[in-house]
Design a protein around this ligand. Structure first.
Ligand code: GLY
Length: 415
């Protein structure tokens, strides 16, 4: 099969890697220097129709869309219009991620467990409501924010600052939610809108500093599988994934692609923190290397409404991802830093997230620069391999968290 992957980060590198491993011809736009080793790169197209035309011109059998912005721009709709199967939700269905106020209202309508919330489209009303709450509270920009745009406000002044920032930086709506306690876990469902297969549960580490401190980032590392009990899994399947897919069908928004459920395992059971409409990043770099079956075939089946969940197989064992981020990230990442990469092995690989080539040299070009994945029989072994490879990367000033997995007693630091 000829597969066109859209995107340029670590997630897309992991998608390309999974398709190439299964023997497919892979194209990627715009891609990055790491992806170039496994796929033919195509110059980036400006908008959704141009991307779909690119897929037609290249004779792609399947398009896999990585980032949410392309989904929200309607790339899947444009491909479908031209008869090219595309893995991902339509523009309308990607609202589940792209409009957090709508998404929360959907959860309430459909009886999907989530934190109590209220949405606001005016700063004054939001500030007035926040002033009645006892921190900590969660303040979210309702629009697409690349996995960021969320503040856990521990004081009234933090809540006020977060709300002011949303409305002064062009945000149209803010969501204010109760703060939930428990372990956070990411569950990704590959789905054709009705049938679905879950990837192993994983846990992202979202703040820049160890011990889950400092500003939020797009994600600094992952441990997989994250331990989830059978009882919790049953609730996640029945009350979250199945209700969401059924609800989307009932609202004439059938959801095909990857349903990413960011969950909190609260003392009252699993509850949704947020939905995303695509693979998580860096969760993709953790779960896709464990996939034994053929991602492109599953994506094609799902796009055609014919996913067979029994065909989706993950190897036993574990994975861990350590992100190497640029100095200054997340506020002002320094770009153009020279990178020197060690060779990958069967059990550890570097995915390129924010890299570029300049004057024949590999340099950093973004905030999260590299995602280093280790695989192993056990989580400890996977972590050891990820850190061993990360430590051999030449990247001056790189920031990385040494405590990936600490919330389940791994990675060195207590919770
Ligand atoms: N890892 C968080 C996200 O992909 O949104």
């Amino acid at each position: 099969m000829k597969v066109l992957v859209i995107g340029s980060g670590g997630r897309e590198h992991a998608i390309v890697d999974a398709c190439a491993r299964a023997g497919h011809e892979v194209l990627c736009t715009p891609g990055n220097p790491g992806i170039a080793a496994q796929a033919r790169l195509l110059a980036s197209a400006q908008d959704a129709p141009a991307l779909a035309e690119l897929a037609v011109r290249e004779g792609a059998d399947l398009v896999i869309v990585g980032p949410e912005a392309y989904l929200a721009a309607g790339v899947v709709d444009e491909c479908e219009r031209r008869g090219i199967p595309a893995f991902g939700p339509t523009q309308a269905a990607s609202r589940l991620e792209g409009d957090k106020a709508w998404s929360k209202a959907f959860m309430v309508r459909r009886g999907i467990p989530t934190a109590e919330h209220r949405s606001f489209d005016h700063l004054d009303a939001a500030l007035g409501h926040a002033a009645t709450l006892t921190p900590p509270i969660v303040v979210k920009d309702a629009g697409l924010k690349a996995g960021k745009g969320v503040t856990i406000a521990h004081t009234p002044s933090e809540a006020e600052a977060a709300l002011r920032e949303i409305f002064t930086q062009g945000g149209a709506q803010a969501v204010i939610e109760d703060f939930m306690t428990g372990q956070e876990v990411s569950i990704l469902a590959l789905t054709d809108g009705e049938r679905y297969a879950l990837t192993p549960p994983s846990q992202d580490h979202k703040t820049i500093h160890e011990g889950d401190t400092g500003p939020m980032t797009g994600g600094m590392g992952v441990i997989c599988p994250f331990p989830v009990s059978e009882e919790q899994l049953q609730v996640i399947r029945r009350d979250i994934v199945e209700k969401t897919l059924a609800g989307m069908r009932a609202e004439d928004l059938p959801f095909r692609g990857v349903l990413y459920a960011g969950l909190m395992l609260t003392p009252q059971g699993p509850k949704v923190v947020e939905f995303n409409a695509r693979f998580g990043d860096p969760e993709a770099e953790a779960v896709l290397p464990l996939l034994e079956s053929d991602l492109a075939q599953h994506a094609l089946d799902a796009a055609r409404g014919q996913l067979d969940p029994a065909q989706v197989r993950f190897r036993d064992g574990a994975s861990a991802v350590v992100i190497l981020a640029a100095p200054g990230y997340p506020a002002e990442p320094r770009k153009g830093i020279a990178l020197d990469l060690p060779a990958d092995s069967e059990e550890a690989k570097v995915f390129h997230a924010g890299t570029a080539e300049k004057d024949g040299r590999l340099v950093s070009s973004g905030g999260r620069v590299l995602a280093v994945t280790g695989l192993g029989e056990k989580r400890e072994e996977a972590l050891e391999r990820a850190y061993a490879l990360a430590d051999r990367v030449g990247f001056e000033g790189a920031q990385l968290r040494r405590d990936i997995g600490f919330r389940i007693g791994l990675g060195g630091k207590p919770g």
